[in-house]
Design a binder for this molecule. Structure first.
Ligand SMILES: Cc1cc2nc3c(=O)[nH]c(=O)nc-3n(C[C@H](O)[C@H](O)[C@H](O)COP(=O)(O)OP(=O)(O)OC[C@H]3O[C@@H](n4cnc5c(N)ncnc54)[C@H](O)[C@@H]3O)c2cc1C
Length: 370
């Protein structure tokens, strides 16, 4: 008899898991809280690394379609001083496909393909017992599975079944905005940003502007702040948030501040992480992957790891469906080792990017850029 498998969360990790299992002919229930793929804006752009996210898409049979959609030119990276002087300007070489960019929405649609996601299906918890795992749904129903994979992100409702650890605030927060049609409406800013991303680092703060597809630019401010820095601000009051940001970046070159002046709405995203060495005692029938397992600073690894973990766990299950527990145990060991390496790198990276010494940020780029 086939093992009953559920994955909670239709983010990059959950969808990669489901898509690779589907490719191998194994059914899987995808339980997603959002009411549908268009329930909320899909978010910005992701760079998918050759040995991580791209490898996962290869395992899903989707690499050619990724190549057709992705933007290798988005690998361009420019660093400016706070007075607007260009300090570094890296351009991808022709044929460079190490880390091309793809919009999150495009990646989600690519992975969704033939999958039959159960939208509007929030999960409140997973309860392992000696016959498998019971999944409690937000609508009060309960379902039983042989394996439940928690791919439900930072605030996972599956994680408590294996681990009591919760994310902690890093001391760095981001406030995000976006500009549309930059090439036609703001050509000077479009030239300043270039084909990929632009970053500027000051004392304990920075601004990153990154191209998405279709002339859209997302702008991320990052700064060290108490967790309640916005206690006296109404987050829905864009003008109040804008003037707070303009005060925070006071003295920076006018075109950099234009990125904030011209942004429409602002979204506040404090950065949380799990401990870099987060693991748990293996529990039969439940596991985690992606941010649910190893939430780390957003420095280009999280979605890549989630994708590869989803694909690898699915392949391991497909290779020997009778030994579900063996596949999960081996997967967890592999995931923990790799995730600890990346969590350590990205945690150290965040300390250098949003630091009292802006030169530390530039030195970091000098180390990692080809
Ligand atoms: C600004 C920013 C930029 C980033 N840039 C990059 C980048 O360039 N490259 C990169 O590799 N990573 C990047 N990351 C990190 C990346 O976004 C995450 O690591 C990645 O999305 C994790 O994927 P996931 O599938 O584990 O979880 P998520 O993407 O968080 O997906 C979780 C899914 O689970 C669903 N869900 C949650 N709770 C429930 C529930 N109770 N029941 C049912 N469903 C539920 C959610 O609705 C969601 O669909 C960035 C992050 C941020 C914030």
């Amino acid at each position: 008899m086939r093992q009953r498998i559920a994955v909670v969360g239709a983010g990059p990790g959950g969808l990669a898991f489901a898509r690779v299992l589907h490719r191998h002919g194994h059914p899987v229930d995808v339980l997603e809280r959002d009411s549908g793929p268009a329930a909320r804006p899909p978010g910005g752009t992701l760079d998918l690394h050759k040995g991580l996210g791209q490898l996962a898409l290869d395992k899903a049979g989707l690499l050619p379609r990724f190549r057709a959609l992705s933007r290798p030119e988005g690998q361009a990276m420019r660093i400016l001083d706070v007075d607007g002087t260009v300090l570094r300007d890296w351009q991808p070489r022709p044929g460079d496909d190490a880390n091309p960019e793809i919009d999150r929405g495009q990646l989600r649609d690519l992975l969704l393909g033939p999958l039959d996601v159960r939208w509007g299906c929030g999960v409140t918890r997973a309860i392992p017992d000696d016959r498998g795992v019971v999944v409690q749904l937000a609508d009060g129903r309960a379902e039983r599975y042989d394996l439940v994979v928690g791919a439900d992100g930072a605030w996972s409702r599956i994680r408590p079944a294996v681990s009591a650890v919760t994310p902690h605030y890093t001391g760095v927060t981001t406030v995000e905005t976006a500009l549309d049609d930059v090439d036609s409406r703001h050509p000077d800013l479009a030239r300043m940003i270039g084909d990929g991303a632009l970053a500027v680092y000051g004392v304990n703060r920075g601004i990153v502007a990154q191209r998405n597809s279709g002339g859209r630019v997302r702008v991320y401010t990052q700064f060290r702040a108490a967790q309640d820095w916005h206690a006296d601000l109404d987050p829905a009051d864009s003008e109040a948030v804008r003037s707070r940001l303009l005060a925070l970046f006071d003295g920076w070159a006018a075109p950099l501040l234009d990125l904030l002046r011209l942004g429409r709405a602002f979204a506040h995203r404090p950065l949380y992480t799990l401990p870099v060495d987060h693991t748990w005692t293996h529990a039969s029938g439940v596991t985690l992957l992606g941010d649910a397992a190893h939430l780390m600073p957003p420095l280009g690894a999280g979605a890549n790891l989630a994708l590869l973990e989803g694909a690898e766990l699915a392949e391991a299950i497909a290779a020997d469906p009778a030994d579900l527990d063996g596949a999960v145990r081996a997967f967890e060991e592999r995931m923990w080792t790799r995730a600890t390496t990346w969590a350590t790198i990205t945690q150290a990276g965040l300390e250098r990017l949003v630091s009292p010494d802006p030169a530390a940020a530039i030195a970091l780029f000098d180390e990692v850029q080809p």
